[in-house]
Design a protein around this ligand. Sequence first.
Ligand code: XIL
Length: 478
Amino acid sequence: MLKKTKKTALLLKLVSMALLIVMIQSLLTLPAMAAATTLGAAAAQSGRYFGTAISNGKLGDSAYTTIAAREFNMVTPENELKIDATEPQQNVFSFTAGDSILNWATSHGLKMRGHTLAWHSQQPGWMQSLTGTALRNAMINHIQKVMAHYVGKLAAWDVVNEAYADDGTQNRRQSNLQATGNDWIEVAFRTADAVEPGVRLCYNDYNIENWSAAKTQGVYNMVKDFKARGVPIDCVGFQTHFTGGSSLPSNFQTTLSSFAALGVDVALTEVDVTQANTTQYAGLTQACMNVARCIGITVWGVRDSDSWRASEAPLLFDGSGNKKAAYTSVLNVLNSVGGTPQPTNTLQPTNTSTQPVGPTLTRTPTQVVTTGPTATRTSTPTTGPSATPVPTTVGGGGCSPVTATITAPFTKDGAGTFCWQIATIPSYVNNWNNNSVTINGTNYTNIYVGSASLPAKINGFYYISYNGSFAWSHLEVR
Ligand code: XIL
């Protein structure tokens, strides 16, 4: 009897041990979450992007383009959209190189950030010699015309770059633009917003990663003030050039989350790190991943040999295109985050203080909300036939600057026809050769009042310009 009980106990023990082994085995053989194998795919798991600076001159280098197309899902032209590149002579624009990068990016499924519209550096000679009102007007004209060319095509614009000083104060940098008046930055953002409200409008700077730095606080206070007063700003770019002198600060995440708390997206826009230090690369990636509104990371070049700091080997691929240790450290952080934190859909206006109030601005529950860093607004606060497009200033084209207000009605009639009327046209506008209205690229000449069949919407908007591509206004017609 005793023997039998002992036997049963032993049997029971054996069975439970076997069961345990089976359970452990099945746990071990559970299919693991597949880790992404490229930077872009790994970042996309959490709705973010991973980008690189691209040089148009290198698009013929297949080793370069192979890595770029495989690893990244965002590009920033390294120099091709800077002021000296896009407006080499005053009011003469050149988009060939920028368009070439955009075409390459689009055909490979990558998005593009625009860099940069207003900056003290890389200005063409003609702009460097301007001052005062002439310079201010040139800046406005530049923003209008360059943005108009890329309406509906970019994920973001660095509207203003590097406007703060490096002298341990919170002050602005001295520059010809700053000398036009302290409001030059907000004028730049308001101008940009009037051209394309649906694209992310960013302020971009370096050495603003350390929360304790006076420069960081200067930029922070500007953004805070802009949000409080309704100056249209959607994001802040942290260049993240870490050199021997400025390495990854331990409070970088605090900086990112503090800016995000103001109601803007944040992004790391030009990352490179001396000798591609793996700890710093992992740390800066983690800092971004820990902040929901950190929408993506861009490194400032593909291979070390492509870098503006080539002698410091600061990028993720060596000159032969091999993945460096820093690459793996970044990829691991991106994969460890996986699909958990989804950045909020930041293109939906979140700061109600900047939104005019009223029943027409209420977003209906059925509205489609697009998510992720590449999302574009799907509706605009102005709706319906009674909407008044933003008044725009037109000028240039070899004529004396004039103002014309594009007014309502921009209406859609019952037959699916789009009707418009242009008012407040100074008489001498008739001297212009081509009095025209352009709706999403379709041009209608010599008409102040007219109608046309509806062309296709771009990002939910009709973009309307008067007398050229630089007086954009927009509205949504439902
Ligand atoms: C650099 C480019 O990488 C170089 O090719 C060019 O000669 C100078 O500009 N901050 C910026 C970038 O915003 O535009 C700069 O890019 C690097 C510093």
